[in-house]
Every structure is written in C-alpha cells, then in structure tokens.
Ligand binder design. Sequence first.
Ligand code: SF4
Length: 379
Amino acid sequence: MNSGIYIHIPFCESKCGYCDFYSITDLKYQNEFLVSLENEITIYADEYKNGQIFDTIYIGGGTPSILSTEQIVRILNLLNENFKITNDAEITIEINPGTVDQSKLYAIRNAGINRLSIGVQSFQENDLQFLERIHNVNQSLKSVKLAKDIGFENISIDLIYALPGQTLQNWESSLKRAIELNPEHISAYNLTIEKGTPFNDFKNKSRLKTLSESQENDFFNCTDSMLTGAGYKHYEISSFARDEKYISKHNYKYWQHNHYLGFGPSAHSFWNNQRWGNKRSVENYISQLNKNEKPIEFCEFLSAKDLEFEHVFLSLRTYNGLNLKGFKNRFKTEFEIKYKSIISTLLLTNYVEFNEDCFYLTKKGMMLCDEILPAFIKN
Ligand code: SF4
C-alpha cells in the first residue's frame, strides 16, 4: 500500500469562531516557516525516501491558498525532489474562496495540483457571517466556476450544517446550489463546538444555542437523501463522491491506518504503528528546526489493543464498514466472536448490519456513531 503526505499551512487571514485547527493570523513568520518546512521535509526524506512510494499529497491548514503561487510551487517541487511520488498521485490543496483568482488557480494546476477542496461552507450569506468566514457566496460560486473553466476535474466543496438557528429549508437550499454546481465530491460536516474556540465560550455563556440531537439527525437525513438522490455515493459519515474514482484517496489512508507523513505545525504522522504529532506553535516549530531537530511534540506506539480499537472505529466511519476477513488476518481473532455481546445489542436496535464480507453501521447507526463506537473500547 502506498503512503500519503500531509502539509499543514498554519496561516489564515482571520480566525473563524468555530475553528480548532491550528493557525495564526500574523503572517510575519511565513518565510521562516517555509524555510523550516523545507528543512523538515529534507530531514524526513533521508529516512523515508528509499523504497517508500507516495500516491497522495494533501496541502491543508489553515488556509494554504493564502500562500503565493511561487510558495505553493516551491513546496510541491520540494516534495517531488525528496520523495518518490507516483505520476498519478492525488494532489489536493484546500482553498478559501476569498483567497484565489484565475492566475493562482492556473499556476497551481500547472504545478501538478489535480484536486481542489474549496471551503464553501454555505450558500447563505447569513450563515457565512455567523461562521465568521472572510468570503461571500458570490466568491464561492466564482471559485468553483473558475476552477472548472481552468480544467480541474476533481473538485470537492466543504459545507457545514446544523448551525444554531439554521432551518432545514435554509440547508436544503444550500445543498440544492451545491448540487447545481455538480462538484465531484462534497464534504458535509455537522457543526461541532470544540473546546477552546470562541463558539465554545459563547455556548458556555448561553449566547449560542446548539441544535438538539434530533434536529441534527434531521439535517443528517436531509443531507443523505438530497445528495444520494442527486447521484452521490455516501461513502463516509461526512463524505459524498459522485463516482468511486472521486473518493478521497488521501482521507482513506487515515481511515485504513495506511502510512502517512505530516509536515508543518500540529501535523500528525502515522508509520509502523507509531503516531506522532508536531509542535503546534509556529515559533516552537521554527526554533526546533533551526536546531536541525524534528519538531515533534508527542510520539506514541500504539498497543495491539489501541490498534484494534482504532481499526474498528475508523472502518465503521465508512459505509463499506469493517471487513471481517481483513480483521481476522490483522488481529488473529474473529470480530464476530470477540465483540459478540455488543454486536447482538446493536443488531436489536438496527444500528448495525452484516453482509457477506463486512460489518457496518446502518444510516441510523451512522447518526449515532459517537455514542456507539466507544462501546467497542470497553470490550
Ligand atoms: S479559514 Fe479554515 S482554518 Fe482558517 S480559521 Fe477559518 S475554518 Fe479555521
């Protein structure tokens, strides 16, 4: 199985109140960050370039499209010079509709980027203002159209639903506009209020009222029925692809425990049952690399039990579910026997099903996966 590379660009023009990804709005470190990133990539290349083949690159953040075209091209060249990357690699960059224009899209396509993940979030101006996004609906429509005109053939758009005060009609109309644009992939996320974010403070001070679980379920069902009705395959809790070939290869590596290397502040890596994460702060990241040391904040070896639980947890996020033979080969035990009592309870509630090869969550189970999956860890 080939491996993946993730690059975290830790800069944004402004912070959105719901976001807990690491990024800063002070752009003064941009150049130093790029020098450090170059250093980090070359340090790892010495260890990982021989015999390792990479077939996905994902440039995320933060707002990668905040970088200049030259800076993005420099990162791609650096990866190509240091790692064996397949000719048909899936190479994605996240773009914020407020930070791209025709010349930048042209240049990044010419540099080899073949997949765009566009942070649209909503096609309603009031939702975008609530989320504190820097872009408007018109800029989203323009970005998607520009990207298509330029020749990108794999475009994903991100949407967020279940916003406080949002109605189902409002969400349906956003989905309708997304479907009209006919992107190859749509990621639709339920808004979660993460600790440490301004939205969490608002929630604690009762200035923000989240939707009830049953309302959230209505949004999930509406998303599923509208997008599958429009021909999209719902292949993971939040992910829809117009065709098998547009399923995100990079994200699948995370769900299948494949190897990946992450570069940049807060980026995570997984290799040979070991997971490590980089320092979050840009300053600490730079200062560590100035000493020619890997900027690692934590590193853990996953025990057999951790790996098994993660395997269950990650596989069940996908609609294919957990492959029973694959589980037996990897963990030398029968899934159906080991988890017999949890499975029987879940079968009674119609949250799970078996087919010939796999055990998977039903759509009803998917909606409640955060409550269902921890039961496996207690086994
Ligand atoms: S643009 Fe994206 S990464 Fe930056 S603050 Fe907003 S949600 Fe977070």
